[in-house]
Each structure stands twice: as structure tokens, then as C-alpha cells.
Design a protein around this ligand. Structure first.
Ligand code: SR1
Ligand code: MG
Length: 402
């Protein structure tokens, strides 16, 4: 019996080499292999195994027993099961838009998957002011198909409930309930922000009763509305891009929740990239970048709406298809949720524990203060006025730019 089949442990690079040769046998021990841990996310260990002779490579992703960002978050490594199974399902629903997965190991809590090292993380690409023509098509298709095709609109209700059971994900949902929908909305000791932002958060968010009410409604929706199988953490750090290719990764927060959580998350992260560009002078360094970014983000939402309604016409159960006005009513609710969720994401990445480089990486303190203020003011409008935010341009109209 090998050490990999008895009890879970977190692997070193040497363990991973032994695992892929002796245990799995996808490489031979005589192959000229190298292995490097390349993970920079908050939760997992990502090993890249490379065969210098054939230039072949593969990724092994192992879930650790607690989050890398803070050992306060103990999360069972069995979450890797969710990630493997949802990537397998997404390979059917949106073939080509997610990495291929080869093997899941329920003892070591790891998955072997396609290496996407020739791609770049979208957040980094946007911070480098890269223009990526056409990504709005892939992103809108990804969301429309993964969300609508896993909902009761299309699925047989019994089959959908079986999927809900398979993807029950209480530990990671608890992280989102705390970090996204609770802590940023009061003076929580775990929050982490710069002093000027703290004063603004108190004035704009914490002391605003209407925001407290809307966020509480939103949190309850997140906890109780099993609308579709979500990615659950769809920010620009969970998307790989290269010319002509988009791959959505990291769906370990997947569970049955409200569709607007995914859509709003992505829109908020586009807004972060945009505001970063505005305060850092992207207009001067790369004059075409900001107009392209805004147009791409706006089109992502507009193309999502189009793809959603077209897919509804093709795939919705007859009982829903035949009711005049129902598809638009349903979509409008998703869009309102999306706006409010975008507001929550803007707040939580600025006020809460888990930051994004687009804001926290701005070195000039005055620029960072300005960027965070622009985003918090936009968040307030998105949360309070969510029902009227139905167009892609509405998100950018919330940004009070100089
Ligand atoms: C403890 S995990 C912190 C954040 O990282 C993940 O990517 C999710 O966004 C989570 O909220
Ligand atoms: Mg992640």
C-alpha cells in the first residue's frame, strides 16, 4: 500500500513527483521531470509538473486543510471533490471554456488537470492594460449556459435536486456569507482597510439603514435561493485568457444559489480594473485600453441577456416557455440581484479581509483612497438602486469619475 492511498497529507513538490510517477503512472520515474508549486490564491496548492523531454505538462491542484490567506479558515480538503465534479459538468455544458480534468483523488484531495500556463490570469492582463478582443462572447456564453441550463427553468426538478445535493457546499458558502455578505457591512475586527476608507465605509455603508436592509435581503437570497449551480467565486482572478481562448477556473465555491451572484461578481471586478486604470493614468499609457475595457464589460452583460433569452427559447421547459412575459420577469430579477451583488463585491474587496490587487496594489496612497472612494460610492448606488440597473452601461454610470 502506498503512502498516497492511506491518509491525506499536504504534499511537497517531491511528493507530487512521486505521486504522478509511482502512484498515478502518467509519467515514468525516468522522465526528466520538474515540479513547482505556483499557487498564489487564497486557498489551495497548485503544482506544475513538466516533462523537459516531451515539453508536456500537467497541473495538480491539492486542497489544504485551511486557507492560505489565514489559518482562521479551516476548510475541509474534501472541497476538491466539488471542483472536480463541477469542472467535469462544465466540460459538457461549456466545452472549451474550462480546463479539462483528468483524475480526482479522494484520499489526497487533489485533481489532475490541464496546464494553462500559456494563458494569463485576466486580472493581471487587465492590470497590464492588455486588450483581449472577443472575451465578452466567451464570458457571456459561460454564464448563460452554466446558469440557465442548471436551473429549474430547464432541468427536470428531480434531477436538479439531485445536483443540489451533490453540490451542497456549506463550508465555502459560510466563507462567502461572512466575508462577502456580513463583515464588510459593520465594523468587524477582521476587516482590513486604510484609514480614509474606514471613515468613508462608516459614513456611507455602516451607518446607512437602507443599505443594511438591502444587504440582509441579499444575504438571505444567497443562503436560500437555489436558483442555479453557480461558479460561486467568479472574479477576474478565476479566469485565464490568451488570444482566442478563455478558461474559467477555480469553481470550488460552487453551489446552488442566485444567478446574480456570479454575474454581479464579474461586473464588479471589471469595475475594479476600470477604476484602477482611471486613477493610475491608463489613459496616457494605453489610450485604447479603458474604452475597450468598458465596452467589453458592458457587452458581457448585454450578450449575457441575449444568450439567456435565446437559450430560454431553445431549452426552457414548455410550462415556462409558454407563459408570456415570464422569461423577461425572471431575467430582470437576475439583473437586479446582479447589481446588488456587484455592490457587495465592491464593498467586500475594499473593506473586508480578502483584497484585490486592482485596489490594494495601488502604491500611491492618494490614488488608492480615490479609487476606493469611487468604488464605495458606486457600491452604494448599486445596492440601493439595484432594481433600476439593468444595462451594462448602468454599472459604469455609477462611477463618479473626475
Ligand atoms: C478565505 S478565502 C478568501 C476569498 O478567497 C476566495 O477566492 C474567495 O473569493 C474568498 O472569499
Ligand atoms: Mg479561488
Amino acid at each position: 500500500m502506498s503512502k498516497f492511498t492511506t491518509e491525506y497529507f499536504t504534499m511537497t513538490e517531491a511528493d507530487v513527483l512521486a505521486y504522478v510517477t509511482e502512484e498515478v503512472g502518467i509519467f515514468s520515474i525516468n522522465d526528466p521531470l520538474s515540479c513547482q508549486e505556483i499557487g498564489d490564491g487564497n486557498l489551495n496548492y497548485i503544482f506544475r509538473i513538466f516533462n523537459e523531454a516531451t515539453q508536456e505538462s500537467i497541473i495538480l491542484k491539492q486542497a489544504g486543510p485551511y486557507a492560505r490567506i489565514s489559518e482562521e479558515f479551516k476548510v475541509s480538503p474534501t472541497r476538491n471533490r466539488i471542483e472536480f465534479h463541477i469542472l467535469s459538468l462544465h466540460n459538457e455544458l461549456v466545452n472549451g471554456l474550462v480546463p479539462q480534468v483528468h483524475r480526482y483523488d479522494s484520499v489526497m484531495n487533489c485533481t489532475l488537470m490541464e496546464d494553462l500556463s500559456d494563458h494569463m490570469i485576466l486580472r493581471e492582463a487587465l492590470l497590464q492594460r492588455k486588450i483581449l478582443p472577443g472575451i465578452e462572447h466567451a464570458l457571456s456564453t459561460y454564464m448563460a449556459r452554466t446558469l440557465l441550463l442548471t436551473s429549474d427553468v430547464v432541468m427536470d426538478p428531480q434531477h436538479k435536486k439531485a445536483l443540489m445535493a451533490k453540490f451542497i457546499n456549506p463550508e465555502l458558502c459560510a466563507i462567502t456569507e461572512d466575508l462577502v455578505y456580513s463583515e464588510p457591512f459593520y465594523d468587524c475586527p477582521r476587516n482590513d482597510m486604510i484609514p480614509r476608507t474606514k471613515a468613508l465605509a462608516a459614513e456611507l455603508i455602516w451607518e446607512n439603514e437602507a443599505i443594511q436592509l438591502e444587504i440582509t435581503k441579499l444575504k438571505f437570497k444567497f443562503m436560500t435561493q437555489a436558483q442555479a449551480l453557480l461558479h460561486g467565486d467568479l472574479h477576474t482572478g478565476a479566469i485565464f485568457v490568451k488570444e482566442g481562448s478563455v478558461k474559467v477556473i477555480d469553481p470550488e465555491f460552487a453551489f446552488y444559489g442566485p444567478m446574480g451572484h456570479d454575474l454581479g461578481n464579474l461586473m464588479a471586478n471589471f469595475m475594479f480594473a476600470y477604476v484602477n486604470g482611471v486613477v493610475s493614468g491608463a489613459e496616457r499609457e494605453a489610450p485604447d485600453f479603458l474604452p475597450w475595457l468598458k465596452e467589453m464589460a458592458v457587452s458581457t452583460l448585454e450578450l449575457f441577456k441575449k444568450a439567456f433569452l435565446e437559450l430560454w427559447e431553445l431549452e426552457a421547459a414548455q410550462a415556462y416557455k409558454q407563459v408570456k412575459g415570464f422569461s423577461l420577469h425572471y431575467l430582470n430579477e437576475v439583473l437586479a440581484d446582479s447589481a446588488a451583488c456587484a455592490g457587495a463585491e465592491l464593498c467586500r474587496r475594499i473593506i473586508g479581509l480578502a483584497h484585490v490587487k486592482d485596489m490594494a496594489g495601488i502604491e500611491n496612497l492618494e490614488h488608492r483612497e480615490r479609487a476606493e472612494a469611487i468604488c464605495l460610492h458606486a457600491a452604494k448606488i448599486l445596492i440601493l438602486n439595484s432594481k433600476n440597473i439593468q444595462k451594462g452601461t448602468d454599472y459604469f454610470d455609477c462611477l463618479m469619475l473626475p
